[in-house]
Design a protein around this ligand. Structure first.
Ligand SMILES: Cc1cc2nc3c(=O)[nH]c(=O)nc-3n(C[C@H](O)[C@H](O)[C@H](O)COP(=O)(O)OP(=O)(O)OC[C@H]3O[C@@H](n4cnc5c(N)ncnc54)[C@H](O)[C@@H]3O)c2cc1C
Length: 472
């Protein structure tokens, strides 16, 4: 007997679970198919949650507040370090187990069925699931949402053994064996975040980047502050470097030869260049869907594929590949399937990068404003100008805001430093309501707070604007 659903969701990450719960709230019968043993997707098991749990623990272990108080003990010897790292792994498992429980309860409260096994299309309205025992079941459906996420790129010339040479999934399987040194290939978001985390944990990190600077899509001042901070934290940056070869030595070390001729050796190598959509196991041809570059799926503004009853959301459609955005895409797509009137999805989303220090931004960068010929003025606030920063001992940070020179609306906010990923939402809200300079100048902010940085930056933007007007 074939079970029939209104919606079958493939993948139980943020895109899939948000879509499933939304659709079920519209009174529809929903099934999620997940090919890992546990629900939660890459987000919970190999992506956002493990990396951010490790970061939080690394901040505590690496005593980020020592400058403020001067007496917090640093990890002095290797054995203390290994014990601390072992507790980090235990903490990580606890976080994941609790998150799985919360998610399971949410799905069950909303009567969403879950089946564990690999989903593949038989045709556009029928799917086959093969479970771990090789047993097959078939399901009929009106709609399908493909929310299968993405996986690390593993080029053939890199000899991955998932022990010495790892990707961002297998690096999490090293258990309590923290290496003394690590080579990280790729200074994108994942590579830069892990470089900061492992370096804070006392690992000697070499970060190799093809380009002159790390994270070349972020604000230039934020980027140079990050690079400066990375160097202060002991990360060895090898920029504008191509890789000649990657190998494993007889002594089981990772070895990299760079285009400059420099040879590096380390206990582990983490390769983080690129990700591909998880589409290979879906038999998409049977549904009439083409696979695009990097194994991604093409969708329209409603997240609908070329086959009208089949939708795709999250990492499997590419940019921006964030858990935050994937969840919203899932909700949006489900509302659209259910025939609800939904506004076009806002493209005003914040970007959070959990390096140490963290970075967050919303809206346009200076490069984008210049390219679009938009007249703007910038205001800045350094954390050392903000009392809360001095009290907390976190005085290395920057908040930059761009204001439209004529209508004074807020065009973008770029932050590096403590609390950046929370602070950015003030800017996001002001932008969403078309607010601008006046809001920051005319309202009282709690004192002392990090949010005061907005006030300081607004006063700076206002002064810069006056200067421009004087010159005009
Ligand atoms: C190291 C790292 C750190 C990150 N940090 C952040 C962060 O701080 N903030 C942020 O917003 N984002 C972060 N991300 C990105 C975030 O994890 C992803 O954007 C998010 O997980 C995408 O959600 P998704 O629902 O599209 O897919 P996923 O969460 O990947 O879930 C997809 C699920 O579908 C399953 N699946 C695949 N194929 C099939 C099939 N054929 N049948 C059944 N099931 C299938 C997969 O096994 C997986 O469990 C990070 C990613 C990584 C790798």
């Amino acid at each position: 007997m074939q079970l029939k659903y209104d919606l079958i969701v493939i993948g139980s990450g943020p895109a899939g679970t948000n879509a499933a719960i939304t659709m079920s709230k519209h009174g529809k019968k929903v099934l999620i198919i997940e090919n890992r043993n546990y629900i939660g997707g890459g987000c919970l098991h190999t992506g956002t949650i493990p990396s951010k749990t490790m970061r939080e623990a690394a901040l505590v272990l690496g005593s980020s507040h020592k400058e403020a108080f001067g007496h917090v003990e640093e990890l002095k010897n290797e054995s203390t370090h290994q014990i601390a790292y072992t507790s980090l792994i235990v903490k990580l498992r606890n976080v994941i187990t609790t998150e799985i429980d919360v998610l399971r309860q949410q799905l069950s409260r909303n009567q969403v069925d879950v089946v564990i096994g690999n989903a593949e299309f038989i045709n556009s309205t029928c799917l086959k699931v093969i479970d771990a025992n090789g047993d097959t079941s078939k399901y009929q459906t009106e709609f399908v949402l493909i929310a299968t996420g993405s996986s690390p790129n593993r080029p053939k010339e890199v000899p991955f053994d998932d022990h010495v040479i790892c990707d961002s999934d297998s690096i999490l399987e090293m258990g309590a064996n923290l290496p003394k040194s690590m080579i990280i290939v790729g200074a994108g978001v994942i590579g830069s975040e892990y470089a900061c985390i492992f370096s804070r944990l006392g690992v000697k990190v070499h970060l190799i980047n093809k380009y002159k600077e790390v994270l070349n899509f972020i604000d230039k001042d934020v980027r140079s502050m990050l690079m400066e901070q990375m160097k202060r934290n002991g990360i060895m940056l090898h920029t504008e470097m191509d890789i000649e070869s990657i190998s494993i030595t007889k002594e089981k070390k990772a070895r990299v030869v760079l285009s400059s001729g420099i040879e590096l050796e380390a206990g582990k190598l983490l390769y983080t260049q690129g990700r591909n959509g998880n589409t290979k196991k879906l038999n998409l041809a049977a549904a009439g869907i083409n696979i695009e570059k990097y194994d991604l799926i093409k969708v329209n503004e409603f997240f609908q594929t070329s086959v009208p009853n089949i939708f795709a959301c999250g990492d499997v459609i590419g940019y921006p590949s964030l858990a935050s955005v994937s969840g919203e895409q899932g909700r949006f797509a489900a509302n659209h399937m259910a025939g609800k009137n939904v506004n076009a999805m806002s493209d005003l989303f914040p970007y959070g990068i959990y390096t140490i220090p963290e970075i967050s931004f919303v809206g346009k960068t200076e490069e984008q404003l210049i390219a679009a010929n938009i007249p703007y003025v910038t205001g800045t606030a350094h954390y050392k100008e903000v009392s809360r920063g001095l009290i907390k001992g976190e005085n290395r940070g920057l908040l930059k805001m761009h204001i439209h020179q004529e209508n004074l609306t807020l065009l973008g906010v770029h932050i590096i430093g403590y609390g950046a990923s929370e602070l950015v939402h003030i800017g996001q809200a002001v932008m969403a309501f078309n607010g601008g300079l006046d809001y920051f100048l005319d309202h009282v902010f709690n004192y002392p707070t990090w949010a005061e940085a907005y006030k300081v930056a607004a006063l700076s933007a206002s002064n810069n604007l006056l200067e421009l007007q004087k010159k005009a």
